[in-house]
Design a protein around this ligand. Structure first.
Ligand code: MG
Ligand code: MG
Length: 272
């Protein structure tokens, strides 16, 4: 069942989403060679609690930590550990927060020091595919329109689109209807209406779309061992159009990135 949110609820969801955005922005300055994913996890948990929220993933389906930390060939759902990140790694960080009864849930793939150009391209294309998908999340469109846009943009550039894991509706529950695959056919699937809120989250592999799962019961990784990227935003439909609730602007500020990719999807000015 799809849960429609009121404008008041959407503003509460923006608050939850922005706590995650700020957490990722804080982490952006901390991701560097020598730091462990467990150290970053500890920082994130304290930061979220300091902002009056609860970590959204900790304990969810018995997940043991605050962040899903998925380096290199890991796609999603990696568990933080004491291994140090090294120069040239990429690290996908997925973060959730719960405040006022609503979840925020978004993700970014960071570069650790200097990375090779081929992997940099994977990150750029995956991030842009997220905005291609967001642009299709509007009243009257359907689930397949978002999936098609992401699949077309990434497969045209030679990448693999993970099939087994998908985006989702978001609200008082972390994973609500509808499922939001990163592949699909235009005009197919459930229709989007005013007040829907979803997490759109392309998981894109440099090589094959096929995945394996580690026997920790969580970690998903690419079958061919090539890198995978993951970017995720929370988006509502307001006045028929996509309205971004989360933002990468805190990350951009920390990393000195200049971009206007988000601006067309935000009606409320963002004060950093
Ligand atoms: Mg997520
Ligand atoms: Mg999600």
């Amino acid at each position: 069942m799809i849960t429609i949110k009121t404008l008041e609820e959407i503003e509460l969801m923006r608050e939850s989403a922005l706590i995650v955005s700020k957490t990722l922005g804080m982490l952006a300055a901390e991701v560097k060679p020598g730091v462990s994913t467990l150290q970053l996890d500890t920082l994130a948990e304290a930061f979220i609690r300091d902002h009056g929220a609860e970590p959204g993933f900790l304990g969810l389906y018995d997940f043991p930590n605050t962040l899903c930390m998925s380096p290199n060939a890991q796609v999603v759902h990696g568990i933080p550990n004491k291994d140090a990140l090294v120069e040239g790694d990429i690290i996908s960080i997925d973060c959730g927060a719960l405040k006022n009864g609503f979840y925020g849930d978004h993700a970014y793939t960071f570069e650790v020091g200097e990375i090779d150009p081929e992997t940099k391209k994977l990150l750029e294309v995956t991030k842009q595919s997220l905005y291609e998908g967001v642009g299709q999340f509007k009243a009257g469109n359907r689930v397949g329109d978002v999936g098609y846009a992401i699949q077309k943009y990434t497969e045209d550039r030679g990448y693999g689109v993970v099939r087994e894991l998908v985006g989702h509706g978001l609200g008082r529950v972390m994973h609500e209807d509808p499922e939001m695959p990163n592949y699909g056919k235009r005009g197919r699937g459930k229709k989007f209406t005013e007040g829907m809120v979803v997490a759109i989250e392309p998981m894109i592999n440099m090589g094959t779309k096929s995945i394996n799962q580690l026997n920790d019961g969580w970690t998903i990784l690419t079958k061919d061992g090539k890198p995978s990227a993951h970017f995720e935003h929370d988006v509502a439909i307001v006045n028929g159009k996509p309205e971004l609730l989360s933002t990468f602007k805190y990350i951009d500020a920390a990393l000195g990135i200049q971009t206007d990719a988000e601006d067309e999807f935000r009606s409320v000015p963002l004060v950093l």
